[in-house]
Design a protein around this ligand. Sequence first.
Ligand code: NI
Length: 276
Amino acid sequence: MNACSAFLADTHCHLMLSDFDHDLPQVLARAWEAGVNRLLVPGLDLDTSRSAVELAEQHPQVFAAIGVHPHYAETWNNVIETELRMLARSPKVVAIGEIGLDYYRNLSPPEIQRAVFKAQLELAAELERPVVIHNRQSIDDVMAHLLTWSMDLPQGLIGKVGVLHANSADLETANKAIAAGFYIGVAGPVTYHNAETLRQITTRLPIERQILETDAPFLTPHPNRGQRNEPAYVRLVAEQFATLHNISLADAAAKTSQNATNLFNWNHENENNYIL
Ligand code: NI
């Protein structure tokens, strides 16, 4: 992206996974080079939440989400909850996530997943942070939890309650989530050859309620599929998004970055928050 284009935000990248152990500084350098100036790194458990906050505190462009992923729901206990509350004192913690339900792999029993999901939704309301939601083959249960939860939230969260990350929900469900105050996360699969349905959904949803992400190291966009994903590739998602909405890449970048800022309220840093 050249110097007179707007910046991009990658609202979901797992930079604390070991996939990035050997070259994280270069990965970050390529992100800045590609015009990405906001990164949200979600935790998956207490350790990765803590290291996401540490990374965020080292880089003005990096922010953290903290929480326990449904795969690790069985690790949840009072100590973890207390530790997450302590971590949330950092102004770089802009969301609770990644949380949700995963009935595809069921690495934790579903009833434990639901209890831990509920506990973290309550924590998010208490801390007034939006939520980053994971759903896999669990959309009905996820939506039931979210619709109940979103009916009784503090004023600061109204209209910006969270994101359905790497959305795979159908149009009707996505619109219900938007009506409840959610944003929709658009990731690499929107670039895949067989993803016509997903492209139609993305095209029909309002631009002002969509944000872009990589889910790195997973979900690598076309034509880089087969490689490890990284934040610089959010540009490929932005290009597809621009094509679908018939707007320029600069416009797609500017609008989706603004949406992410509205949700995560992360332009309080003075560095790198200018839009050219
Ligand atoms: Ni994720």
